[in-house]
Design a protein. Structure first.
Length: 151
């Protein structure tokens, strides 16, 4: 996907330029990158997501959300996915909802395994592929029902 927005581009505020996530984030076990397309920001994570870097993932996604109304979190390159990373997905979900940013997750086998256990109600926006994630952007947003309707 070609890069269409860079730090300092039109639409970005002067104060926000410093937080613009144009550079990859990396530690010993994981790497995050973002590719800006015409309709979405695609954030790719590779390696292992656990307590050592889950907070950084949530923060990186939040910085990207400040510059896009549609995010795809590509976790297909994630080899290990711990419970702290699952908690980070819920943090991302809350932050995106608050910022009115649509988003979807493309899971790897390791991510899917944990989601089957920890998210049996499918509360997170999971897409089976990048194409499905982009197509989901055109669908109406599902609202979370907090109070069950009486029967």
């Amino acid at each position: 996907m070609p890069v269409v927005r860079t730090a300092g581009s039109a639409g970005a505020t002067a104060g926000a330029d410093a937080a613009f996530p144009s550079q990859p984030w990396e530690n010993r076990t994981a790497r995050f990158t973002v590719h800006w397309g015409p309709s979405a920001a695609v954030i790719a994570a590779h390696g292992e997501l656990d307590a050592a870097n889950a907070g950084q993932l949530a923060d990186y996604v939040q910085r990207c959300a400040a510059f896009s109304k549609l995010l795809v979190l590509d976790l297909s390159g994630v080899e290990f996915f711990g419970t702290a990373a699952f908690s980070a997905l819920h943090t991302i979900n809350v932050r995106c909802a608050g910022a009115e940013v649509r988003w979807a997750v493309v899971p790897s086998r390791a991510v899917s395994r944990l989601l089957r256990i920890c998210d049996p109600e499918h509360a997170l926006p999971i897409a089976e592929s990048m194409d499905a994630a982009m197509a989901a952007a055109d669908e109406p947003r599902r609202l979370l029902q907090l109070v069950p309707q009486s029967r």
